[in-house]
Write a protein that binds this ligand. Structure first.
Ligand code: SAM
Ligand code: SF4
Length: 342
């Protein structure tokens, strides 16, 4: 942060960008590898980073400690698929001990959750998001380009048994592909008590085939739900830190609700409080960043915590007002979602 005298104070305890947005949320990717090949994320012929280019768990925890000292309160572990990296519960344990971290969560495709849910819970993980776009095996496989629906469902059951509460299901909506899955997913989540969130398809797919015509908007999904499941009303319980706009079922406000993350049709950049650390140790200030700040280099050349803090401040200060999808100035990042960390 630059003080009134114009000097930089790397220890300034808040990460505020040029538009007054304070950053309290850090997404940490632990791998670019995955056991699925979702069409909207990863190419079939994905090439992965060599192992020595990925940050170790100790390096990640060090960055997280510095970030917490700068006001980061919420950390999400993601990937690639975080559960394919060996012993991720060891990282959870280290992150859970960092003073100031109030919310520690993980996003997974669920395939390996049955085996790992209990260890993750014991290590101190607070919350889980599980991605599930379809309940029809044929549609699941068309999207994921691998089998695994049964394992995701077994993983969800294991997560409940392990004691996770407020489990969220993330479903990407794609026109011409997922419309038939919306109602079955909503009924399943209502029955099981999972909070369902529909996410608009963003131009971050590894095969660069995104077209705006494929974006099935949150508004359209809401109309389908209202017609076939029941009327929805904006939720009275809201969480300002979330990009999702939450709705409740009018006939049962106690049932798990439905959220809509609409980055394409309703961008929420004005309230974005997120930063990202890629598996290969690069800070990003946006999913759509075209610039990265190299924390791995600082970590591996004997850099101090102050230098890491300075890099984070630089990254935050350079954040643009908005991603600009749909505008003439929009520039697609060269890295796809699995390489950034969703
Ligand atoms: N492998 C884990 C999973 O699938 O949950 C974690 C990483 S994944 C990149 C994180 C989230 O990003 C998932 O919910 C996934 O559906 C979402 N995602 C991936 N590519 C996307 C895209 N192009 N547009 C919108 N959401 C996307
Ligand atoms: Fe893997 Fe998650 Fe990307 Fe699907 S969305 S390919 S599960 S990283």
């Amino acid at each position: 942060m630059i003080d009134s005298a114009g000097s930089f104070d790397p220890a300034a305890p808040v990460l505020v960008d040029g538009f007054g947005r304070t950053h309290t949320d850090l997404r940490i990717s632990v791998t670019d590898r995955c056991n699925l090949r979702c069409t909207y994320c990863m190419p079939l012929d994905a090439v992965f980073k060599p192992r020595d280019e990925l940050l170790s768990y100790e390096e990640i925890a060090r960055v997280a400690r510095v970030a917490a000292g700068l006001g980061i309160r919420s950390i999400r572990i993601t990937g690639g698929e975080p559960l394919v990296r060996h012993g991720v519960e060891a990282l959870v344990r280290q992150l859970a001990e960092i003073p100031g971290v109030e919310d520690l969560s993980l996003t997974t495709n669920g395939l390996l959750l049955e085996e790992q849910a209990s260890a993750l819970r014991s290590a101190g993980l607070h919350r889980l998001n599980v991605s599930l776009d379809a309940l029809e095996p044929e549609v699941f496989e068309r999207i994921a380009r691998r089998q695994g629906l049964d394992r995701v469902l077994a993983g969800l059951a294991a997560a409940k048994t392990a004691g996770f509460r407020s489990i969220r299901i993330n479903a990407v909506s794609i026109r011409g592909l997922t419309e038939g899955e919306i109602v079955p997913l909503a009924l399943f989540c209502r029955r099981e008590g999972f909070h369902l969130r529909f996410i608009e398809f963003m131009p971050l797919d590894g095969e660069s085939s995104w077209a705006d015509g494929q974006v099935l908007s949150g508004r359209e999904v809401r109309e389908i739900l209202t017609q076939h499941v029941g009327p929805l009303a904006p939720a009275t319980r809201t969480d300002d830190g979330q990009p999702a706009v939450d709705y409740e079922y009018v006939d049962d406000a106690t049932a798990a609700g439905v959220g809509f993350i609409d980055p394409v049709t309703q961008p929420f950049c004005d309230r974005c409080d997120r930063l990202r650390l890629t598996a290969d140790g690069q800070f990003r200030n946006c999913l759509f960043s075209t610039t990265e700040w190299d924390a791995r280099q600082v970590l591996r050349t004997g850099g101090s915590d102050d230098e890491i803090a300075r890099l984070l401040h630089d990254c935050v200060r350079a954040k643009r007002a908005a991603h600009g999808i749909g505008t003439a100035s929009f520039e697609r990042p060269t890295r796809a979602m699995y390489q950034i960390g969703g």
